[in-house]
Design a binder for this molecule. Structure first.
Ligand SMILES: Cc1ncc(COP(=O)(O)O)c(C=O)c1O
Length: 464
């Protein structure tokens, strides 16, 4: 009878597979002996396997390089890392060791860039794509960076008002980009992304406001399709619209030489994932080439800003099952020694699935379970995989210990859960005011804490 957990996996997926193997009933992640890790450090724990970051960066470069060769593409390819997906210094170190450029999302990101420069991790030739809806603090910091000699910074206009921040630019010339607002997938709550400029506004805006300013050079068209790069009718149709826009703009804007297709390259969220990266990338490159060839235009340089793809597959969260609760005939809870809401919050916030596997007891029988977190919140659970609306785990016999891991959790989870006081997009905690009444009923105000500073954030992230 084949009814061990390992048989279930063997029958369902190709296994072992990249990053995952079992030795003597214990799971290995990129050949790291997880049992040893647990014995050494205990649980719950979060791990980051740094070599995977460079591996993924270089794989993507290779796919683009091969696609360029296969279709005869003449532009260059630039890999930028979207810092918001994981800001930790050890991650940025690895990204920069692999010669990636950067994409920023907020003012404090520019403090991070300054810190990297001060510590010799980057020079002023690094390419920085500055995205996001930009308060004055962000545009001011960008302009200071440009003034200080960073020669390849491209602020991407998220909206038309943003131009006001640059229109009085007092240097020689300023390279800028524009982000086009993509239409969202039909199942979203709104039609058009709030990020970027409407299609119909772009060309009149360029003619009236950018072209007329001799210091401003529009060099990049940026688009990001929020649901990511997929081989789907929706993705290809959005890409076509953006490429049409590129062609129309390029006809009247000779400096437009770069196209930025954003992030969204998927990661494996199941042992059954089978995304054909090389094929999809070649299709994208071929489409850009075809649009340009048909219009008699040079091939633009292609930029990407992969966040999840760069760092997602390097991370894992490991827990121990510390108890079982059978709440009715069909629902058996495996309680972990931590919380999913506070360590992998996208599970709760977005219904995100990760690869979930036991670390040990692979030779034992299995049963259907629900994974329960320690917080009191009803939503702190995990009960379905990508392919089935169920989770199976080895049976625990007697006083056996079972450890489980959520894998490929390296992107966004730390910042969204606020690891140590960090924040999504490095947007600081606000000033906190306490309001009370004195004995006469008069309101009294006290500043409990000032707005979080860049230094406090950078310290948590390992830069100070
Ligand atoms: C402008 C922009 N670029 C890149 C990314 C990174 O996306 P991903 O992590 O899916 O690669 C995002 C994510 O929200 C984004 O908004």
């Amino acid at each position: 009878m084949r009814e061990r957990y390992i048989d279930l996996i063997d029958q369902t997926y190709y296994f072992p597979q990249e990053g995952f193997d079992v030795q003597d009933d214990y799971l290995q992640f990129h050949k790291v002996d997880l049992q040893h890790l647990i014995q050494t450090f205990g649980t719950p724990l979060k791990l980051t396997y740094l070599p995977k970051i460079g591996e993924n960066i270089n794989k993507a470069r290779r796919w683009f390089h091969d696609a360029f060769e296969n279709v005869g593409y003449n532009g260059s390819y630039f890999y930028c890392y979207c810092t918001k997906s994981n800001h930790f210094s050890h991650v940025l170190n690895e990204v920069l060791k692999n010669k990636a450029h950067l994409e920023t999302s907020s003012a404090y990101d520019i403090d991070l860039v300054r810190n990297l420069f001060k510590n010799g991790k980057i020079d002023n030739k690094i390419r920085i794509i500055a995205n996001g809806f930009k308060p004055k603090q962000y545009t001011d910091k960008l302009l200071e960076l440009i003034k200080d000699g960073f020669i390849h910074i491209i602020p991407i206009l998220d909206n038309m008002m943003e131009l006001d921040a640059y229109s009085g630019f007092d240097g020689e010339e300023l390279s800028i980009g524009v982000r086009v607002a993509a239409e969202e997938e039909p199942n979203y709550q709104f039609y058009t992304s709030r990020l970027g400029i409407r299609f119909r506004d772009l060309i009149p805006f360029y003619i009236e406001k950018i072209k007329s300013n001799p210091k401003l050079k529009l060099r990049m068209l940026h688009f990001f399709i929020d649901s990511g790069i997929k081989d789907s009718a929706y993705y290809w149709s959005e890409l076509n619209k953006c490429l049409n826009m590129f062609v129309e703009l390029k006809k009247i804007c000779p400096t437009l030489a770069n196209i930025n297709i954003g992030g969204g390259l998927p990661i494996r969220n199941s042992l059954g994932s089978n995304f054909d990266y090389a094929y999809v990338i070649e299709e994208i490159v071929n489409k850009i080439k075809t649009f340009c060839d048909d219009a008699g235009l040079e091939h633009p340089n292609i930029y990407t800003e992969f966040g999840s793809y760069t760092v997602g597959e390097s991370g894992a969260n490991i827990f121990e099952i510390i108890g079982q609760k059978k709440q009715n005939d069909s629902e058996l809870w495996y309680m972990i020694n931590g919380s999913l809401m506070t360590t992998v919050p996208d599970v709760w916030g977005l219904g995100q699935r990760f690869i979930l596997l036991p670390i040990n007891l692979w030779g034992q029988g299995y049963q259907r379970t629900i994974i329960g977190g320690l917080s009191c919140d009803v939503s702190d659970y995990y009960n379905s995989e990508v392919h089935i609306n169920q989770v199976y785990m080895p049976k625990i016999i007697g006083d056996q210990k079972l450890y489980i891991g959520f894998f490929h959790t390296g992107a966004y989870q730390d910042s969204i859960s606020g690891y140590g006081g960090t924040k999504h997009c490095l947007l600081p905690s606000p000033k906190q005011i306490i309001i009370d009444k004195d004995e006469n009923g008069k309101l009294i105000y006290e500043v409990f804490a000032e707005e979080q500073s860049p230094d406090s954030m950078l310290k948590i992230l390992g830069y100070k």
